[in-house]
Ligand binder design. Structure first.
Ligand SMILES: [Zn+2]
Length: 332
């Protein structure tokens, strides 16, 4: 499919009806010729499907639902298992009362905003309840999460840690030996950055001990074929020995470059993360931090892509990542 450029106004024009929004999602997920349709029930790829009702134009797909309301859902039927599905089935968009038009618009808003969009902003702009707006943003963040099958990072890997919450203070000025203990009000976050590709993987971690750093870094990095750049934190030493080489920079002395090694890249990532957590999102609970981190990883990793390209990448990830309200809020 030829690359399309989306903007908020152009999308608003294009998405006149719900059926238009369904069609756009179908194009993005399955290709313009629907060659990549996968039946979410039986898994048949590119099999025979037909629209029900038969004509796919927006007016013809209008049907009257049981409650008497006109529905513009585009429903497909699988010729293999005879079950019905739509482009929403099994995705983060499934099973909500939010219009597909609103979903598509909010996805683009998220992909277009470096510092993130606040739930309050979306609530006002799209006339939603606060709960719905909040829920939508978290579902979209799910689709921004890194592919669980993603390969190992390899090459020059920068590892750096930061603390979210609590007093704004430069942790790097502290005694390194004290870090990782006694900061119960602050949540440690570890970021791994591939220096060449700028891919970022960050996660909230329980502490910054040598054991935790080893457990976090080992499954993510092809250690034997990589070099590690970190700050002077002692806890990196043991895992650093397993790398091809380990370069450190000493923040304490204001030294930001050492033998070509720099952790400035991660510093930039962290400062942007903190700016938006402070400015855009007023309260970030710890349990949602990893989802926010997924959002910032996605934006940073895809920072050279256009808003539209990011949107296409996100739409690629919407399947199999449903998030129901219960695990999201921790309600029983
Ligand atoms: Zn099927």
């Amino acid at each position: 499919m030829a690359q399309q450029e989306f903007s908020i106004p152009s999308l608003m024009n294009r998405l006149g009806t719900e059926a238009d929004a369904y069609q756009l999602l179908e194009e993005l997920r399955w290709g313009a010729d629907k060659a990549d349709v996968v039946c979410p029930h039986c898994g048949v790829i590119g099999g025979h499907y037909f629209l029900t009702p038969a004509n796919g134009s927006s007016r013809a797909t209008r049907m009257t639902a049981k409650n008497g309301k006109v529905s513009e859902r585009r429903v497909w039927k699988c010729c293999s298992c005879r079950k019905q599905f739509s482009v929403l089935t099994g995705t983060i968009f499934h099973g909500t009362k939010i219009s597909v038009r609103t979903w598509v618009m909010v996805v683009l808003e998220m992909c277009a905003s470096k510092n993130g969009v606040s739930a309050r902003e979306i609530e006002r702009k799209y006339d939603l309840t606060a709960k719905t707006a909040w829920y939508m943003l978290h579902r979209i963040r799910e689709a921004m999460k890194q592919d669980p099958m993603a390969g190992l990072l390899r090459g020059t890997i920068i590892a750096d840690e930061t603390f979210i919450g609590g007093k704004p203070k430069n942790r790097h000025a502290d005694d390194p030996r004290q870090r990782g203990a006694g900061f119960s009000d602050k949540q440690p976050v570890l970021a791994l950055v591939d220096f060449e590709t700028r891919e970022v993987r960050s996660r909230a971690i329980p502490d910054v001990t040598a054991e935790t750093l080893r457990d976090e870094i080992t499954p993510q990095v092809d250690i034997e074929h990589s070099q590690l750049w970190t700050d002077e934190l002692r806890a990196y030493r043991r895992i650093g020995e397993k790398f091809n080489s380990h370069h450190t920079v000493n923040h304490k002395d204001g030294q930001y470059k050492n033998r070509g090694a720099t952790t400035n890249t991660v510093e930039g990532y962290f400062s942007q993360l903190k700016r938006s957590l402070d400015g855009t999102h007023h309260h970030v609970s710890v349990e949602h931090l990893n989802r926010y981190l997924a959002q910032f990883d996605f934006m940073y990793t895809n920072c050279k892509a256009t808003d539209s390209e990011r949107m296409v990448r996100l739409i690629d990830n919407v399947a199999g990542r449903r998030l129901s309200y219960k695990p999201l809020t921790g309600q029983a």
